[in-house]
Design a protein. Structure first.
Length: 129
């Protein structure tokens, strides 16, 4: 089982998007990059990003040079969201997630990230936190 936010986990996330047959249609004509910054984890701070580029989705470690939007959160918030104990919206509404960038563009394509999130359901079930 991959440990949350390790390279093994990022690789498993990438395999999940590569093996999914629904994302190409769901992400057609969409171009955006969502950066995740998680602070205070067991291995220090972690950054990764999800790139949606006209039917292709990639999960990459590190910081994106051209993030559309960036989410910044503490490790305990990220793991609670990852386990399904806390919604990202709930964390945002209570100030546990900070956001910078073009939030209206992300909201415009919220259905895309619902589809991407569905792809990670099996990975979440196999992840150790």
């Amino acid at each position: 089982m991959p440990r949350y936010l390790t390279q093994e986990w990022l690789d498993a996330a990438q395999r999940a998007v590569e093996n999914d047959t629904t994302l190409a249609d769901a992400t057609k004509d969409v171009r955006l990059t969502v950066q995740q910054m998680v602070t205070g984890g067991p291995d220090g701070d972690v950054a990764y990003h999800v790139v949606v580029d006209n039917g292709a989705v990639r999960v990459l470690g590190g910081e994106a040079s051209d993030a559309t939007v960036t989410f910044i959160q503490a490790w305990d918030t990220a793991t609670a969201i990852g386990r399904g104990d806390l919604s990202a919206q709930g964390a945002f509404m209570t100030g546990r997630i900070r956001v910078r960038g073009d939030l209206p563009k992300l909201v415009e394509h919220d259905n895309v990230f619902g589809n991407v999130d569905d792809v990670f359901a099996e990975l979440r079930a196999q992840t150790t936190y």
